[in-house]
Design a protein around this ligand. Sequence first.
Ligand code: ADP
Ligand code: MG
Length: 443
Amino acid sequence: MLKLLMKEKIWQNFLSEIQLLITPFQFSTWFKNARISEITENSVTISVANSFVKEWLEKKYQKIILKTFKKFLPEIKEVKFEIRKNPNPVIESTFQKKLEILKRKQETNLNPKYTFSNFVVGNFNELSYAAATAVCENPGKIYNPFFVFSGVGLGKTHLLQAIGNKILELKENFQIRYFQTQNFVSKIIQAIKEKKIDEFRKNLEEIDVLIVDDVHFLAGKERTQEEFFYLFNILYEKNKQIVLSSDRPPREIPTLTERLKSRFEGGILVDIVPPEYESRLAILKMKAQEKNFEVEDKVLEFIAQNFKRNIRELEGALNYIYCRFKDRERSADKIILSLQKFLKEPKKVVNYKTVIKEVVDFYGITEKELLSNNRRKDLVKARQIASFLIREELNCSFVSIAKIFGGKDHTTIMYGYQKILKEKEKNEKLRQEIEYLKDRIFS
Ligand code: ADP
Ligand code: MG
């Protein structure tokens, strides 16, 4: 009995620790139904519902699990997994099925939040949209490759992901993969290092839809271009759909090999230009609605008139007023005034003071608060983001950032930096806030 209680207690301890390190989604999928079945002086055995979970935990979570146990049981050297005895066979099989679907979705790397249903179509992007929907209806058959280009923040990633998500929905058996080019490059480099390039190739040759975002990052990466060319040809020959984006047309990507340029141009080439006023307004209305943010038309019109460069900037302005005004008394004039104020200020020299000023402005706190030792949650976050930006954008050392923040320990700064770096990957809102702040700092 005592032993049982102890196991439960340790497990609860473990859960509360690991929860901080992974997303709620990962937590509920992989850990909620697991238990400790045995614990010895230096090993823990975790029992799980089925082989799928077991395999997944072994492959992806072993290290982090061990590390987490070690935090409070330093003598633990090993974590083992086993399948729980007597699982309910019915539950087991539906659960298994659900997991298979989930696994299939996870493997695609697609983000379900980018769809056609929340993609506003206007003059500025209607050609790309039309071609993209045609691709979804007939993948591999009409436009191959599909190549879209535009400046930043105009919806390339959204469109590519929407294509992937749509095909995922329409074609149950299709294997789909979405890659950021940078990610694709590092996977290739890793595969080469580990001498697993054949395996890597084999896996990709089996897919039906290959989506690669921002291929301009292939510039200068010869070995990756070679690999990409090889893969492209194989998929193309098999009538598999290839979907690409870039910040410029293939011809203008420097140091892209001639043969890739001509491959990229061999299907359909579409571009997206900055949206016109009506589209900007329609986008703002939709984004406000998505957030359940009630805001007067006058404000949205003001934003649409003044933030013209791209959609990320529009979203940024909307996020700004959302964060600042959603829970407060707000008049349209007041909101507009706050936006106007920061439209006017031209910025030239960028140093840590610029960063601090923007962060303080954005989060509606004072500089004194930011630089204080107050541990209030919002202040800690603003501090971490400011340090993050100073580090990333100005390349300051952690020691000198610690000095800016009143002589804190530089490991605290480093910890905060890593936290933001990690969280940014998982938390779209945070990513947007940072992008937005960057825009402000450098514009
Ligand atoms: P890019 O990849 O071209 O830099 P993104 O696809 O990341 O641009 O778009 C930037 C932001 O604007 C994203 O949040 C995206 O959801 C939004 N967005 C882009 N195009 C549209 C659109 N047509 N309708 C609604 N939102 C859009
Ligand atoms: Mg993008």
